[in-house]
Write a protein that binds this ligand. Structure first.
Ligand SMILES: Cc1cc2nc3c(=O)[nH]c(=O)nc-3n(C[C@H](O)[C@H](O)[C@H](O)COP(=O)(O)O)c2cc1C
Ligand SMILES: [Mn+2]
Length: 482
């Protein structure tokens, strides 16, 4: 059963022993971060701060910050979500009338994913068009050298001016004053693309934007998914929760937001207006430098009675975003395999902050195959950011980082097997020579073939035969060893 809203998810977390309420006063400036950081690194629960200093609105943090909580959020393990996706991808019209009849329930399920417009919703319980202030909400100052307070887990809605398609992305927002924030959509993201297109078209000066904070967990989660342009996150959220997302029209802008949202900020981004944003203690564990980004002007705030403010912190790994990213790795594997069926598995170790290190195992079929896979990944949506790709043969378990390091390091002749390419890189990369542009490295750690010019013999890995292992099992016990 899909969660109706954030509150139902909070109750589910609590019932599973995955939530701790903090009734006393804690400061949203730095103290909540210190709590959340310690909790995630100790395998602790999600935290609900009922009495954040300076606000009546409680703060929810770390709601997705473990494999178990991601599973509760999506109501199934990420691997099972991937399984459902594989099933749909393999769905073909079967022969004969009986087969077609069998298909009907599945097709009905597909139709059931599309978001539904409703007339009213809980997010309209309180509507403030005049007397509102962002100071009402307990927005965190996350890290000591941050440029200010940041809304860190928003669902930012905008429309593609050319196609009219909706986009929802999670882009942090620095609170500048009671009614303005930064809008940190990086140049590769859909919000930025909409902004560019509107600017290029001319005519209008303002771009409508609506920001929802806190909703049912699948809807919140959909905002971070690296979907192709013009694929509606709300449709994918409907798939994830097996129930359409109900959307309501905004009061002052031509956009819709999830009806069950806790908080909605409506407003606009003025085309051409930029303001210094940051620094910000970022996903990488380093501070992102300050930079110029568009400004979001809030024109109306709507919220539920007694809203809950959902947020997260990012920083030295592993953090909550690692668990959110790990589920993406699982969920997107079948989609990647649609284009690259030779891929067996991929892994993104926490220390690589998603795309700094991607380990890929492939079924190698022809000379240069590993390099083909690297280039394909560099051409695949947000996987373009992959800074280091290590390709191994299918017998290597990429989830076992120790095995990958051992085999890859032994298998490479660095000069021959490492390839550098130039291209777009993540805006958060602080080491690249230019913002958003730099080099990437591919490591072909597969076994080399004669067809690839490898004239020597390739050795086998040592393994004891099973019969010897079995004999020693018995002798081991006899020796009193454990
Ligand atoms: C906690 C969190 C914060 C994020 N903050 C930003 C951000 O400030 N700017 C940005 O461009 N992407 C940010 N992202 C990544 C985007 O949400 C992600 O790339 C998403 O796929 C973008 O959606 P889009 O393709 O619809 O633009 C963040 C992700 C997470 C998990
Ligand atoms: Mn998108």
């Amino acid at each position: 059963m899909a969660y109706a809203d954030l509150r139902e998810f909070i109750r589910a977390l609590e019932k599973s022993g995955e939530l701790k309420r903090i009734p006393f006063e804690v400061d949203p400036e730095l103290e909540i971060t210190e709590f959340a950081d310690r909790s995630v690194k100790n395998g602790g629960p999600a935290l609900l701060f009922e009495n954040p200093k300076g606000s009546k609105v409680p703060v929810l943090i770390n709601a997705f910050a473990s494999t178990k909580r991601m599973e509760l959020a999506l109501e199934s393990a990420a691997d099972d979500v991937a399984g459902r996706i594989s099933e749909f991808l393999q769905m073909r019209m079967p022969e004969g009338i009986i087969g077609k009849l069998k298909m009907l329930p599945m097709l009905a399920e597909v139709g059931a994913f599309f978001p539904k417009i409703v007339n009213d919703g809980p997010c309209k319980e309180v509507i403030r068009k005049k007397d509102f202030s962002l100071d009402y909400f307990p927005v965190l100052k996350c890290w000591p050298h941050d440029g200010g307070k940041f809304i860190t887990l928003p669902m930012v809605f905008s429309k593609n001016p050319d196609t009219g398609k909706r986009n929802c992305g999670c882009y942090r927002m620095q609170v500048f004053d009671e009614r303005t924030t930064g809008m940190h959509w990086q140049t590769h993201k859909q919000g930025a693309e909409h902004y560019r297109r509107m600017s290029a078209a001319g005519g209008v000066k303002k771009m409508d934007v609506a920001v929802a904070i806190g909703a049912d967990p699948a809807t919140m989660y959909s905002a971070i998914l690296p979907l192709p342009p013009d694929i509606d996150e709300m449709m994918i959220a409907g798939f994830l929760r097996s129930k359409p997302v109900e959307m309501v029209k905004c009061e002052t802008v031509d956009l819709e937001v999830p009806a069950n949202s806790e908080i909605v900020l409506e407003g606009y981004v003025e085309l051409g207006e930029l303001r210094r944003e940051g620094p910000f203690g970022d996903h990488t564990g380093f501070y992102s430098l300050d930079d110029d980004y568009p400004v979001f002007h809030v024109t109306c705030v709507t919220h539920r009675k007694n809203p809950v403010y959902a947020t997260t912190i990012v920083g030295p790994p592993p953090m909550e975003d690692f668990y959110m990213g790990k589920a993406i790795e699982r969920i997107f594997l079948p989609l990647m395999r649609l284009q690259l069926p030779e891929v067996r598995d991929i892994a993104m170790p926490a220390e690589g902050i998603f795309h700094n290190l991607i380990l890929v195992s492939i079924r190698k079929s022809y000379p240069g195959h590993a390099r083909k896979v690297m280039h394909a990944i560099w051409g695949l949506g947000q996987a373009m950011f992959s800074k280091v790709i290590v390709v191994v043969d299918e017998d290597v378990d990429v989830q076992n980082f120790s095995e990958v390091a051992w085999k890859a390091l032994n298998n490479i002749d660095p000069e021959r097997d490492i390839q550098f390419v130039m291209g777009p890189i993540d805006s958060l990369d602080h080491a690249s020579r230019l913002p958003n542009y730099g080099s990437k490295m591919g490591v072909d750690a597969t076994r080399k073939w004669p067809e690839e010019g490898f004239a020597r013999r390739w050795p086998a890995v040592m393994r004891m035969p099973e019969d010897v292992q079995k004999r020693v099992d018995a002798l081991w016990k006899r020796a009193g060893l454990k």
